[in-house]
Design a protein around this ligand. Structure first.
Ligand code: ZN
Ligand code: ZN
Length: 252
């Protein structure tokens, strides 16, 4: 039992920070790559098209072409989605348009382009050949499943609910997501993701840790707290609990 526990605990810490770091870097340098670096991404588009597609999906469509009138509504005007579809069909191949549509314009994602996004999960398995016993290997696999995957699962299943009013998100989500959304962590991540949309150079993580260590963390301003409450993204009690306070090393 002891070799299992030691391996599990050690790998849990390693895999958590590895995943958080990769999420932060991938989000900064691929998904939300800055305009000055975008030329590089365009130059490799021909031989690595999925990287360009996930960038457009997340940065262009999710950040700027949806949730325009309101942070908590993907489309707010009649015909808005149809107009976006027309624009996409003019600019992209039918395959790319299908990927964008399936990912709900970057609010969740398809398995397309997932190989580099899932690097921490692949890295977790690299350890297996050098481990000496079954309990250690089991600890490694279990820690990998639990600690290399949250950012991945959150991007896929939690993220659409982070863009909903708190009452609606907790009413409409399945039970397992509702437990996360209503938890202190779910509320914190809902707030920090809102700040990310105001300023796409900070708060990349849905799995906390690396943004804070890399100096990419920013707390909401007073005006941002006000607008989150006004639109129902969070409730006044959440602000009272968090504003100006620390939460697992992150200052709100
Ligand atoms: Zn982003
Ligand atoms: Zn978002």
């Amino acid at each position: 039992m002891l070799p299992f526990l030691i391996a599990f605990t050690g790998f849990a810490v390693l895999f958590h920070f590895q995943a958080s770091l990769w999420e932060s870097l991938f989000h900064e340098f691929v998904l939300d790559i800055s305009p000055s670096r975008r030329a590089w991404m365009h130059s490799i588009r021909r031989w690595w098209p999925s990287l360009w597609t996930v960038h457009v999906d997340h940065n262009v469509l999710h950040h700027y072409r949806t949730y325009r009138a309101s942070y908590v509504e993907m489309f707010s005007r009649a015909g808005e989605e149809a107009r976006l579809q027309d624009a996409l069909r003019r600019q992209f191949t039918p395959g790319a348009v299908r990927t964008f549509t399936k990912s709900r314009y970057g609010s969740t994602f398809t398995w397309y382009g997932v190989v580099p996004f899932a690097v921490p999960v692949w890295l977790g398995f690299v350890w297996l050949p050098v481990l000496n016993s079954w309990p250690e290997a089991l600890g490694c696999v279990l820690a990998n499943l639990l600690f290399s995957t949250p950012y991945f699962a959150f991007s896929m299943w939690l993220h659409p609910y982070l863009h909903m009013r708190f009452d609606r998100a907790t009413r409409e989500s399945p039970l397992w997501l509702r437990l996360i959304l209503a938890s202190p962590y779910g509320v914190a991540v809902r707030i920090s993701h809102y700040v990310h949309h105001q300023d796409p150079r900070v708060n990349y993580n849905l799995q906390y840790g690396a943004d804070r260590l890399r100096g990419r963390w920013r707390a909401p301003t007073a005006a941002e707290w006000d607008s989150m409450i006004a639109m129902g993204l969070i409730e006044a009690r959440h602000r009272l609990r968090l504003e100006g306070r620390g939460f697992i090393g992150h200052r709100f």
